[in-house]
Design a protein around this ligand. Sequence first.
Ligand code: ADP
Ligand code: ADP
Length: 232
Amino acid sequence: MIELRNVSKVYQQKKRQIEAVKEVNLNIEAGEIFGVVGYSGAGKSTLIRMINFLEPPTSGDILINDQNLRELNKKELLLTRRKIGMIFQGYNLLSTATVYENIAKPLKLEGVAKDVIAERVAKYLALVGLTDRKDNYPAQLSGGQRQRVAIARALAHEPEILLSDEATSALDPETTESILRLLMKINQELGITIFLITHEIEVVQKICDRVAVMEEGRIVEAGPVIDLFTRP
Ligand code: ADP
Ligand code: ADP
């Protein structure tokens, strides 16, 4: 479903080059929860940003559903991009918009019909357990609730893939647990493939099927979680 072939990313600073990602090969299969774990600076964000089309690799290829992104035109890229949703550590909600509007606005921009928008907002707010919060503003919600809104917003586009960039890193252990349970439910009930990056091995142990360990831009180990890390 997501394939990385020899992907490298070099950032040009004024005088020096930073090799953020080095010759990474990964194959994420449909329906799995795949995690990349590593310390700060390992290259995880760069990796997920490339998969989310936010930056092109310096070399190598990224394929989504066997389509090489290099070979797609603008329109095809846009269509493929719609298969991917993303959630972040900082939630990225609009503070001046209600929960309902936060989910509805991006759909409106995409040209989704008003009645379909209402249906989708209701469906995914129910799924994340926040139906009664639709008229609240983000500031009126706890961190865990804000992340649930961000998850509903991502799901409302009905993606095939959900990318998670340290989605639980700002949350306390109990809230982390409940968000991870929600992600597992999304994976199992909606069949959405999940690709996540984290610096927390516990996150990987709790929900990932397979994991890759990243160090200094390279994947140094990869395999089923039960082989790499024993569960607590
Ligand atoms: P992680 O997410 O694992 O913390 P990053 O992908 O953020 O790692 O960073 C990997 C390396 O690339 C670091 O050395 C970081 O400083 C560098 N880096 C990340 N983004 C940029 C950028 N936009 N410009 C220059 N260097 C960057
Ligand atoms: P946390 O759970 O992170 O400690 P808070 O203490 O801010 O979050 O909130 C506790 C509960 O009260 C949450 O369910 C939150 O949604 C609710 N809440 C907080 N402020 C408001 C508000 N102004 N209006 C409605 N609900 C609120």
